[in-house]
Ligand binder design. Structure first.
Ligand code: KE4
Length: 424
């Protein structure tokens, strides 16, 4: 088996044999697969097995794998060189698309990952407000920046504790962690720390505890309380940006954050992150202002070109109603299959991102998500994999439907899911 050989060699050269922990399949057991090719809605592993893909590289591939327009644009640009380290025209093309599509963004800075985007946004918020506390939500993941890799402390609205070794508690203490969708807890945090909170950072639709939508005016509440108390509202739209609409979650929910973080789809599969907002805030970013942030490969021409082709396709084709229809078919079919088999479950879906939880209760925050049967999820994942369907190897992630998933692909996926569930 080529895969096993590759995995063994990888494990001898890289921690856990991976470039990112979740790829080691620890949450679902068994050997990870190694992917070598993607085309449209499908991927192939090192042993030639084919999968209908709902991982979509964790979200970027809303147009499917190797979209012809993206590949052609990269081939053209490649011949011009790979990187210059000075401004290139493609940065301006992508910046103009971001400003045109994301309602709250007047100016944008490109970085190389979602983590860099959220890290820089928090530093900007602290620099702009001259305050030090950050408020985040349990179960929301914003990349591996120290101040955001913080778990909830004991009791509600208290100081955070390090989410991993290597983060000094002095840093974790500057982050307050409260439950998602819990307005009372947010109010309590502001009662305690109000005029010292630099920013509230939130996934406007959570994707990292599995999909959990905002409830009962949660986002409007965050917008109002931050406005009233002089904190900045940061929308981490690394997943939802260009996923839920051309203007991301902020367009769907009609809420304008102060800073928006972007990534994933923004690069169309190439490494790109960004943060942006009103000119008045972004003018604080070096060299225009004093808040420092930099990056050797930021604005890389190849990455800019891949992102621009992707966003142009989304802007011009506006596929969101169709994506919603396709994902609704997948959701309803999955629901019927699990009901038929008598398996307790709940499915959360917003547009073309969804998660099935094996629990009967409503999943509205991380605690309820964690009460789902993750052992059954692991069996479900591996059963699907052996039938040729690839979903994220973790209960606390989102499935993604792309424009490349045609009806026949979804029908085939449903048949495979039906077979996989029969075997549970
Ligand atoms: P990156 O640094 O991985 O590009 O982005 C960090 C990040 C920021 N904000 C949100 C809402 C995110 O979802 C992410 C990264 N997402 C995870 C999975 N949901 C990436 C997969 C991985 O860690 O390997």
């Amino acid at each position: 088996m080529k895969t096993q050989k590759i995995v063994r060699e990888a494990q001898s050269l890289m921690p856990g044999g991976v470039s990112s922990p979740v790829r080691a399949f620890k949450a679902v057991g068994g050997d990870p697969i190694v992917l070598v090719k993607g085309k449209g809605p499908r991927v192939w592993d090192a042993d030639g097995n084919e999968y209908i893909d709902f991982l979509a590289s964790w979200g970027p591939l809303i147009l499917g794998h190797a979209h012809p327009k993206v590949v052609k644009a990269l081939e053209r640009e490649l011949k011009q060189g790979l990187s210059f380290g000075l401004t290139n025209p493609h940065e301006i093309t992508l910046a103009r698309l971001v400003v045109e599509m994301i309602p709250s963004v007047e100016k944008v800075r490109f970085v190389n990952s979602g983590t860099e985007a959220t890290m820089s946004a928090v530093r900007l918020a602290r620099g702009y407000t001259k305050r030090k506390y950050v408020l985040k939500f349990e179960g929301c993941y914003h990349g591996h920046y120290d101040s955001l890799l913080v778990s909830a402390g004991s009791g509600v609205a208290t100081f955070g504790i390090p989410g991993t070794p290597g983060i000094p508690e002095e840093i974790a203490k500057l982050t307050i962690v409260v439950p998602y969708n819990d307005k009372e807890a947010v109010r309590e945090a502001f009662d305690r720390f109000g005029d010292e909170i630099a920013c509230v950072i939130v996934e406007p639709v959570a994707g990292n505890m599995g999909v959990v939508p905002p409830e009962g005016g949660f986002l409007k509440f965050l917008r109002e309380i931050t406005e009233d108390l002089g904190s900045l509202l940061i929308f981490d739209e690394v997943i939802t940006g260009f996923r839920l609409s051309k203007g991301g979650a902020q367009e769907v929910f009609n809420i304008e954050p102060d800073i928006t973080c972007l990534g994933k789809i923004l690069g169309g599969g190439m490494p790109v992150g960004a943060y942006g907002g009103r000119k008045e805030i972004m003018s604080q970013v070096a060299p225009e202002g004093p808040v420092y942030q930099a990056g050797t490969l930021a604005g890389n021409p190849l990455a800019m070109v891949a992102g621009a082709e992707t966003l142009k396709e989304l802007r011009d084709k506006d596929p969101y109603a169709d994506l919603d229809k396709k994902a609704s078919f997948l959701e309803e079919s999955l629901r019927d299959i699990l009901k038929e088999k008598g398996i307790p479950h709940t499915i959360n879906r917003v547009g073309s991102m969804m998660t099935v939880f094996f629990t009967e209760e409503k999943v509205k925050d991380f605690q309820s998500a964690k009460r789902s049967d993750t052992k059954l999820f692991a069996k479900f994942f591996n059963s699907l994999l052996s039938e040729g369907v690839l979903i994220p190897p973790s209960q606390f992630e989102a499935w993604f439907v792309s424009t490349a998933h045609e009806e026949r692909d979804l029908q085939e996926a449903v048949e495979k899911i039906e077979k996989a569930v029969r075997g549970l």
